[in-house]
Every structure is written in structure tokens, then in C-alpha cells.
Design a protein around this ligand. Structure first.
Ligand code: PLP
Length: 431
């Protein structure tokens, strides 16, 4: 029996699971099975016809993964979730679920490089037109909207720029047209609640803060249950017209008895069925383990990152610190509106010595790991100009916010004295 609470600290431990009814086991079991025996033919037929929800085959659903899905939905304030094998699968599915060849999606330019590639190349080759717009003016989303626009897509706290996305402003424009805002909240779980600001769908790479320990690649889509797909039937044909892949089901009608979950049920019963990016039950278990301490960890991540931003701001080797607390004007107002003083766990900075100083800094680090990841409990660092962004031209690097001396830190939960000591010695070595 799930515990009734609105507090993330409690939900992170209790949502979706109490104990195993046969053994009493308290930790969620790892249901390492591919299939599930049906009670009888009527039960099987009901499951396939969606008259009853239940387990059929682990590619489409699994009891360990279902606990993860329920917990994620509870923490986010959504109605249901779909866990996937990676964050990339989550962002692809989030769009493919409602946008088909010939349709378009308006996306923020401030996106993770992997998402950018997926949108600008792979999905484009499949006939989906992704229109990138500068999010600093929310009206850019309206300007790029036409009759075939099916969704808006953005990251709430995109790196490396760390300029918070205008969630409520863009979500409100979309709601005028029947266009849902899909928000990737990977860098700000618990810190930003996109549904409270009008987003309809939230996407995560659970690989990062949610899993939190650098053990498992994973992703999730969470349905806010707050978007009236039926009202905008012409705008959203994928959910409002017969689906030949599911014996002509019209999703908004077929799923109505189960609640406002047409979007997420369709993603599971068609995309996950057909494309198969299901998480392993073991990875779902590890991600659940991570979630248990997410509320505690995120507080420490944020406090340590603030201390690092303050420390770096005093250093002569550094020309600029990139952290929402260092912003001013409209950017700062937005950061304060959405992050409410908890500015996340990512900190960027620019070394006066440029590319070579960046290399020396990274090579001198002893505590920080040099990896292409964020959201681990350990502190991580990377020099984008020589790694993640090295394939881009100098101009393209600058457009994404990467200068030659730019270093990105994902601050962990170690003792702050040890974090600052490592940064101090590496800055001295960088010169
Ligand atoms: N979204 C964001 C903001 C990310 O940072 C990443 C990965 O770095 C992804 C999505 C993709 O997630 P995954 O690596 O789990 O596929």
C-alpha cells in the first residue's frame, strides 16, 4: 500500500512499493523474467485489449520497472511514467509518440549534444522537421509554429550555458495552439517541477542525478496528465485517429477509463512494443536504489556547487564563472523564478589561459574524475573544447557556449573542503 505523502523525501522511499506480499521482502525485488503466465484465456485477452493493465512481456513492462515508473511519476507530480533503456530513447520516444513524417517540432537551441544530433540528423532523416529557436525570447516558439507543429521541446537547465528555460512562458503559448511542451529535466530533478509551470510531458536521462551513482544508463518519460489531447484533435492526430498498429484504437477514447494517460499508454503499447528500448529489471532496481537518496543528495550537490561557484569567482586564473547565481538581468530573474535559490549542481568556468590551461587543469585534478557525464555522486570534470565538442568548428563551439578555456564541473557530494582543495591545486597547476 503506497504511503500518502506530498514530500519528496518520503515518496523517494515509499512511492510504488511497500513489501512483497508473499515473502514480506522490503527492498523491491528484481523480477528477472521475460514473461508472465496468464491466469486464463480471458485474462490474457483482457491484457492485450487494454481492458486490464498487467504484465505480458518484459519488453513492454516489468514489475520492478513498474515500481520505478510509479515512483518517478509520484516525485514529478505526474500521472504515469514509462521507463526506458536510456535518456536518448526517452527524448526520441517523446517526440515520435505524437509527431510523424511531415510534422514538425519546435525545439530550443540549448540542448545536450546527443539530443541535438538526434533531432537535427536522425529524426530529420526520418521525415520529422525539428525547428531550433533561441529560447531567450519565448515568442520565437510561436513564430515557428504552424499547422503541422505537434510539440515544443526544451531542457529546463541546459548545460553548458546554464540559462534556465522559460517553461511557463513557452508552455502557455503552446497551450493556445494545442502544442504540448516536453521538458527534459535531467539537470534539475526536484529543483524544477515543469508540470507546475504548464509543461505536459517531462523527460529524464535517469543515468544522471536520479540514478545518481554512475551505474546504469536509463531514461524516462512522465505524463503530466494535464494536457487536453482530445480538445485539440486536429492538432494531435496520433492520439485522436484510429491507430492501425493497435486494431484501430483511438488512444484518447480507448484509454479514457484508465485516466488521462493516453499519451504514455500509446508510447508503451506502440513505440516500446515496436522499437524495444526497455530497461533491464536490474538497471531499474539500481535506479530505484538511487532515487531513495535523491532528495538528500540533491541538497548536498546544490550546496557544494554554490560553494564552488563562490570560490571560483575569487580566483585570478578565471575570467568567468558560469552558474545561475552569477547571472544578472532577465536570465537571473528566470533562474530565481524556477530554481528558487537552489541553482543546480553544474558549474562552468573559463580559464584566462585558454585551451592549454584547460588541458593542464584537467590533467592536474586528483579528486575529480575526468569523464563525459554529469549527475554522479562523485565530482566530475570535462574540458569540452578537446572532448565532447572537439568535432565542432570554433564558431559552432562558441554558439553552444563552449570557449577554448571552458571547463564544466558536475559537483558531487564529497566534503566541500576536499572539493575546493582539489580545484585549488589544479588551478595553480593550470597557471
Ligand atoms: N538529456 C540530457 C540533458 C543529457 O545530459 C543526456 C546525457 O548526457 C541525455 C539527455 C541522454 O541521456 P542518456 O545518456 O541516458 O541516453
Amino acid at each position: 500500500m503506497p504511503v500518502d505523502s506530498k514530500h519528496p523525501e518520503t515518496l523517494a522511499l515509499h512511492a510504488g512499493w511497500r513489501s512483497d506480499p508473499t515473502t514480506g521482502a522490503v527492498a523491491p525485488p528484481i523480477y528477472q523474467t521475460t514473461s508472465y503466465q496468464f491466469r486464463d484465456t480471458e485474462h490474457a485477452a483482457n491484457l492485450f485489449a487494454l481492458k486490464e493493465l498487467g504484465n505480458i512481456y518484459t519488453r513492454i513492462g516489468n514489475p520492478t520497472t513498474a515500481i520505478l515508473e510509479e515512483r518517478l511519476a509520484a516525485l514529478e507530480g505526474g500521472v504515469a511514467a514509462l521507463a526506458l533503456s536510456s535518456g536518448q530513447a526517452a527524448s526520441a520516444f517523446a517526440l515520435q509518440n505524437i509527431a510523424r513524417a511531415g510534422d514538425n517540432v519546435v525545439a530550443s537551441t540549448d540542448l545536450y549534444g546527443g539530443t541535438w544530433n538526434l533531432f537535427a540528423n536522425t529524426l530529420k532523416e526520418q521525415g520529422l522537421d525539428i525547428r531550433f529557436v533561441d529560447p531567450s525570447d519565448p515568442e520565437n516558439f510561436r513564430r515557428a509554429t504552424d499547422a503541422r507543429t505537434r510539440a515544443y521541446y526544451a531542457e529546463t537547465l541546459p548545460n553548458p550555458k546554464l540559462v534556465v528555460f522559460p517553461i511557463a512562458e513557452v508552455a502557455a503559448i503552446g497551450r493556445e495552439y494545442g502544442v504540448p511542451l516536453i521538458a527534459d529535466n535531467t539537470a534539475a530533478p526536484l529543483l524544477v517541477k515543469p508540470f507546475e509551470h504548464g509543461a505536459a510531458i517531462v523527460v529524464y536521462s535517469t543515468t544522471k542525478y536520479i540514478g545518481g551513482h554512475g551505474t546504469s544508463i536509463g531514461g524516462a518519460i512522465i505524463d503530466g496528465g494535464n494536457f487536453d489531447w482530445e480538445k485539440f484533435a486536429e492538432r494531435q492526430p496520433a492520439l485522436n485517429t484510429p491507430d492501425p498498429s493497435y486494431h484501430g484504437a483511438v488512444w484518447v477514447e480507448a484509454v479514457k477509463p484508465l485516466g488521462p494517460i493516453a499519451y504514455i499508454i500509446k508510447a508503451r503499447t506502440t513505440l516500446l512494443r515496436d522499437l524495444g528500448s526497455a530497461p533491464s529489471p536490474f538497471n531499474a532496481f539500481l535506479t530505484l536504489q538511487g532515487i531513495e537518496t535523491l532528495p538528500l543528495r540533491i541538497e548536498r550537490h546544490v550546496a557544494n556547487a554554490q560553494a564552488v561557484a563562490d570560490f571560483l569567482s575569487e580566483r585570478s586564473e578565471i575570467v568567468k564563472v558560469i552558474h545561475p547565481s552569477r547571472q544578472s538581468g532577465a536570465e537571473r530573474a528566470r533562474a530565481d523564478k524556477y530554481l528558487k535559490g537552489k541553482y543546480g549542481a553544474l558549474v562552468g568556468f573559463e580559464l584566462a589561459g585558454g585551451l592549454e590551461a584547460g588541458r593542464r587543469f584537467i590533467d592536474a585534478l586528483k579528486l575529480f574524475y575526468h569523464v563525459a557525464n554529469i549527475g554522479d555522486a562523485r565530482s566530475l570534470a570535462i574540458h569540452p573544447a578537446t572532448t565532447t565538442h572537439s568535432q565542432l568548428s570554433a564558431e559552432a563551439q562558441l554558439a553552444t557556449g563552449v570557449t577554448p578555456g571552458y571547463v564544466r564541473l558536475a559537483i558531487g557530494i564529497e566534503h566541500i573542503d576536499d572539493i575546493l582543495a582539489d580545484l585549488d591545486q589544479a588551478l595553480k597547476a593550470a597557471g
